[in-house]
Design a binder for this molecule. Structure first.
Ligand code: ZN
Length: 205
């Protein structure tokens, strides 16, 4: 089986007065996560893991933070783009494992619902998505939410470039004709092909 691995990390600072968005859900909490988009630390880490699995860059290369279009954007948009990149490369998700690191709110009571939401966004089954959470013990980072994500992807089809190569090979004959014409015009090399008569000479009786 042809598999690849991807890893993603993200962090955002807590900020009063904004909704807390994690895993595509709005959580009941007095503070949200500061960010140019909705600050969804979990979806950002998964997006980077997906892009990383097919070496397609990272979230910042597709969605520069300074771009006003992504101001307060729903991070599900970023996830969808990463999925398209994955599909384009001919891969699909085998499974995803994540660890959120934050002091509050408690994630374990809602982890099931969050897994279900993320699985829906990714178009996979809930048992392909794991969401774990820890507190930032000893890190002195109680004002920050962090997330690590790892994804295993498996090849499901030929990547787009290979498909187009096949199309080229199918039309190899036409390609050879073009090359012959080019050689003939540039170097004065006579065409290799002999002109096929419109009738079969053997048939002339
Ligand atoms: Zn982020």
């Amino acid at each position: 089986m042809d598999t690849r691995i991807g890893f993603g990390f993200d962090s955002h600072e807590f900020k009063p007065g904004v909704p807390l968005r994690i895993g595509g859900m709005t959580l009941d909490h007095p503070e949200g996560l500061a960010g140019h988009s909705d600050g969804d630390v979990l979806l950002h880490a998964i997006t980077d893991a997906l892009l990383g699995s097919v070496a397609a860059g990272d979230i910042g290369s597709f969605f520069p933070p300074g771009d006003p279009r992504w101001k307060d954007a729903d991070s599900a948009i970023f996830l969808k783009l990463a999925l398209e990149e994955l599909e384009h490369a001919g891969y699909s998700i085998a499974n995803i494992d994540t660890t959120l690191i934050l002091t509050a709110p408690k994630i374990s009571p809602i982890a099931g619902e969050m897994r279900s939401r993320v699985a829906d966004l990714l178009g996979v089954e809930i048992d392909q998505v794991s969401i774990k959470a820890k507190t930032p013990e000893g890190l002195g980072l109680d004002h920050v939410a962090q997330c690590h994500a790892v994804v295993l992807v498996e090849r499901t089809e030929e990547p787009e470039e290979l498909k187009s190569m096949e199309a080229v090979i199918e039309t190899q004959r036409q390609l050879e004709d073009v090359v012959d014409d080019l050689l003939a015009s540039v170097h004065g090399v006579p065409k290799k092909r002999t002109i096929t008569p419109v009738y079969d000479t053997e048939d002339i009786t």
